[in-house]
Ligand binder design. Structure first.
Ligand code: ADP
Ligand code: ADP
Ligand code: MG
Length: 490
């Protein structure tokens, strides 16, 4: 592989290019008009404007991307996550153009892209599944009867759903019909596929997923788990590895089952098998994501494996050099997704210019980002600014270092989820490890952000008073309000 095109933007485009660069592979960036000066464009060896800002005219324009790849003699395309990464039609078109797709086969993408097809594929592998219906249902009465049998609460799910969208919880029978109609119409408009099915709603689950790697020669390994239970609206906000609740036995069994799921769809490359885990450590297969995951860095930090390098080697047809018995967990890693969103205002996107942007630095602190000071956050794409990752010899050390890194991170001009991250990391339910997917809903209120750092706020207040009285003859009131994140940042 001499030249790799990265069909993505932001932090993940940069992260992939870094590994390509280390492997001596030339990189091609694509960009929309607004991203012209973005770091991923500057880092690449070559860069091509792919179209106007809306994703469907740029980062989702597969035909144009393949055209560019051909013109520049690109050998391979890496799709990153989001955008075209789980688009089987794109993967097939890439292959037909004689270009390597750094990812699984179109067949695997297709099977796992449909939650129903995925369940059907793993059925004969004896993997525990959430009780429910494994086929699409349109008849409301039949569905209601089934729901009664499974027992309320019930989750109505879109087969083609993703990104936490396309799910409806039904608490009682009386609400069933209305919720089902809504689920179908939402699924139709959001995913172009109105197929829905039923799952038992697990009351207080953890979301724990297993990273797998499979080559083209039948070898597969798992790289342990990531705990992703801290979620907002079914979307992950903070992840860690390993999970503090798994026993070595359950970890091993989940790992083996994840490998079976990969085999069920003839998988190659890096993939993630997601499970729900209940308080008795029973686990249930949820879905498989056929791509690099947003939270992959925590796995890299505890295993020392570069997952992008592995993806590229596998795409080149090389046999896995990793062996299950030589893989082990070293220490603990935590990742916080830093979004340009205002946690004090219902996490509304806080679009603006990064008037100040200084990353935290230090041993065992990793920042995967796609912005520099002075840049604006475009409204067209996901408002994630960065992923802040820390590693420690144990969980407490990783958490402490994350708190320090949050303290060091200077972002002005937009509100961010940094103070929200601090709230989570300092919360007793999180530090004790006793939490589930309802953590945020249960414990977080915007008012709590001002309470989370009482010492800091107190010092800032005292300092403000002192500065004011010391210098009031020469200075105006100093603007010492770092504790007051997000309020006056726009
Ligand atoms: P991860 O575990 O990698 O965070 P997510 O499910 O959150 O996985 O998805 C990662 C990215 O892909 C996000 O940007 C998400 O919005 C996007 N995504 C995933 N599936 C879909 C889908 N079916 N429709 C739209 N966006 C999706
Ligand atoms: P997506 O494709 O949107 O990622 P998932 O099936 O992976 O959809 O579910 C996303 C999240 O929704 C899970 O991490 C979990 O928090 C919640 N969830 C999904 N299925 C169930 C269920 N049967 N019971 C309880 N929570 C669920
Ligand atoms: Mg999922």
């Amino acid at each position: 592989m001499k030249k790799l095109l990265i069909a993505n933007r932001g932090e993940i485009a940069l992260r992939i290019m870094r590994t390509a660069h280390e492997m001596g592979i030339k990189t091609v960036a694509i960009f929309s008009e607004i991203d012209r000066n973005a770091p991923h464009v500057r880092f690449a060896d070559e860069a091509v404007c792919i179209g106007p800002n809306p994703s469907n005219q740029s980062y989702l324009n597969g035909a144009r991307i393949i055209e560019v790849a051909r013109e520049l003699n690109v050998d391979a395309i890496h799709p990153g996550y989001g955008f075209l990464s789980e688009n089987a039609v794109f993967a097939r078109a890439v292959e037909s153009a004689g270009i390597l797709f750094v990812g699984p086969s179109p067949f695997s993408i297709e099977v796992m892209g449909s939650k129903l097809a995925a369940k059907a594929a793993v059925k004969e592998y004896d993997i525990p599944m959430v009780p429910g219906l494994d086929r699409a249902i349109t008849d409301v009465e039949a569905a209601k009867n089934l729901a009664r049998k499974i027992g309320f609460p019930i989750l109505i799910k879109a087969s083609a759903g993703g990104g936490g969208k396309g799910m409806r919880i039904v608490e009682k029978e009386a609400e069933f019909e209305e919720q089902m109609q809504r689920a179908i119409s939402e699924a139709t408009s959001a995913f172009g596929d109105g197929s829905v099915f039923l799952e038992k709603y697990i009351a207080s689950p953890r979301h724990i997923e297993i990273q797998v790697l499979a080559d083209q020669h039948g070898n597969a390994v798992h790289l342990f788990e990531r705990e992703c239970s801290v979620q907002r609206r079914h979307q992950k906000v903070l992840e860690e590895a390993p999970s503090s609740i798994l026993t070595p036995e359950v970890r091993k069994k989940m790992g083996q089952d994840a490998i079976k799921v990969a085999r069920a769809c003839n998988y190659r490359g890096a993939g993630t098998v997601e499970f729900l885990v209940d308080d008795k450590l029973n686990y249930y297969f949820l879905e498989m994501n056929t791509r690099l995951q947003v939270e992959h860095p925590v796995t890299e930090m505890i295993t020392g494996v570069d997952l992008v390098e592995q993806q590229i080697l596998i795409a080149l047809g090389q046999p896995l050099s990793l062996r299950q018995d030589s893989l082990s967990i070293k220490g603990h890693a935590v990742e916080l997704r830093v979004y340009a969103e205002d946690p004090q205002n219902n996490f509304l996107p806080s679009i603006g210019t990064l008037t100040r942007y200084q990353r935290p630095r230090g041993a065992n602190i990793r920042v995967d980002d796609g912005y520099d000071e002075g840049m604006s956050i475009p409204i067209y794409y996901d408002p994630m600014i960065a992923k802040l990752i820390t590693w420690g010899g144990n969980r407490d050390a990783a958490i402490q270092l994350m708190l320090e890194a949050i303290g060091q991170y200077e972002i002005e001009g937009v509100a961010t989820t940094l103070p929200f991250g601090r709230f989570v990391l300092e919360h007793e339910a999180f530090t004790s490890g006793q939490f589930d997917t309802h953590f945020v809903q249960k414990h977080f209120k915007p008012e709590k952000l001002e309470e989370t750092n009482p010492v800091g706020a107190e010092i800032a207040a005292q300092l403000a008073v002192k500065l004011y009285s010391d210098y009031q003859r020469v200075l105006k009131v100093p603007n010492v309000d770092q504790s007051n994140w997000g309020k006056d940042n726009r």
